[in-house]
Design a protein around this ligand. Structure first.
Ligand code: ATP
Ligand code: MG
Length: 355
């Protein structure tokens, strides 16, 4: 919340409290809270004294800012030594508001709700809850390594894992100098956007051209993309081991492109021991594009680039790879040194959040 004017952030009973002094930028604060995973909802709350008379008066003042035909009071006690039960608070404050507003009390479907939460020193009151993004707090679910192309899908896949509390280390393969540097620039920008959701993104930029050169020279053109992918997985797995991450993540969705048939997904996954999670596997492109727009990665992803996998690939690639044939092709390759070199010359950059 740096730069918003927000005061100290404190954790209390089941709540995180952000003090908002006069002059703080409430809209920016709300926008940022809306991106913090683990927040189910948040509210702009006012301070009130704890006496029943204060609660009555302040609830009435808050509620009458907008017209309503029905309402309810929803009190909770964080301070269990408070002398009244929540039911008593509801009844007392409810009666007070009812008498002045002539509105109905509706416990099921009220027009307006006034929430009252009794804390140690005062009471918090609010009438509007805003949905947070849900999910789990960053880092609580462990670390994953995400294969990040410059495309639309993989940043969304990373975001979905971050949403569930994973820290996502990103790995991008590029074919510089066979391609230009655009894909690396895009990967850096995507890493920065994702940092808005996980505070910091670590990105490996892996030079993949040499490995690709071996594959190109010695294997049939139809299976190239599958072979590229299998070697990417192997290198990513090494990075994951180094990072102490337990799984890899990709942006595959069934049937979207030739490399993403069930058969090919099977053959690609078998290159490594580590499980590969594919959070977008059942999503349609339109759904993924929608998410990418909301996350803020779409505009970066659609910038033109030269992806390393589009390098020297056929018009009609293999859609039903056969593991036996693929392994036979690989047995002819002598890429161990090139892979080691790719790993050792990877560039590691860290992107911070824009906040
Ligand atoms: P995306 O939109 O994520 O690029 P795509 O629909 O273009 O996906 P592919 O290009 O077949 O599909 O890539 C499938 C997955 O393989 C990607 O989602 C990503 O996880 C991984 N991948 C592809 N290219 C790269 C790359 N250059 N660097 C890292 N990972 C990659
Ligand atoms: Mg792609």
């Amino acid at each position: 919340l740096v730069g918003t004017g927000a005061g100290p952030v404190r954790r209390t009973w089941g709540r995180v409290l952000v003090e908002v002094p006069a002059g703080a930028n409430v809209e920016v604060i709300k926008d940022r809270l809306g991106r913090v995973f683990g927040i189910a909802y948040f509210a702009e709350a006012w301070n009130s004294g704890q006496q029943l008379e204060d609660l009555e008066q302040n609830a009435w003042e808050l509620l009458q800012r907008y017209p309503f035909a029905s309402f309810r009071i929803d009190a909770r006690r964080g301070l269990k030594s408070y002398p009244h039960t929540s039911v008593e608070i509801n009844q007392r404050v409810g009666a007070f508001v009812k008498e002045r507003s002539q509105a109905r009390v509706d416990l099921e479907k009220a027009d307006r709700i006034c929430w009252i939460e009794i804390t140690e020193k005062y009471a918090l009151m609010y009438t509007e809850r805003q949905a947070g993004p849900g999910g789990l707090p960053c880092g609580t679910s462990g670390k994953v390594v995400v294969c990040l192309s410059g495309g639309i899908d993989s940043p969304v896949a990373a975001w979905r894992m971050i949403k569930r509390g994973c820290r996502a280390v990103l790995v991008h393969f590029h074919s510089f100098p066979y391609t230009n540097r655009e894909s690396q620039e895009k990967a850096k920008q995507l890493a920065a956007v994702l940092a808005d959701y996980q505070l910091q993104s670590k990105l490996y930029l892996v030079p993949f051209a040499d490995v690709q050169r071996h594959i190109m020279v010695d294997t049939p053109i139809e299976t190239r993309v599958i072979l590229y992918r299998r070697y990417m997985m192997r290198i990513a797995e090494q990075i994951a081991i180094r990072e102490r991450a337990r799984v890899l993540v990709t942006g595959d969705s069934v049937g979207q492109v030739a490399s993403q048939t069930i058969e090919n997904i099977d053959v690609i996954s078998r290159a490594i021991q580590m499980p590969v999670l594919r959070p977008l596997i059942g999503d349609d492109k339109v759904e993924i594009v929608d998410m990418a727009r909301k996350i803020g990665t779409y505009e970066i992803s659609i910038q033109p680039d030269q992806d390393c996998c589009s390098l020297f690939v056929p018009k009609h690639p293999e859609t039903r790879a056969n593991l036996f044939d693929i392994e036979k092709s690989e047995a002819r390759l002598d890429v161990a040194d090139a892979m080691k070199q790719a790993l050792e010359t990877s560039e590691v950059v860290t992107a911070g959040s824009s906040f």
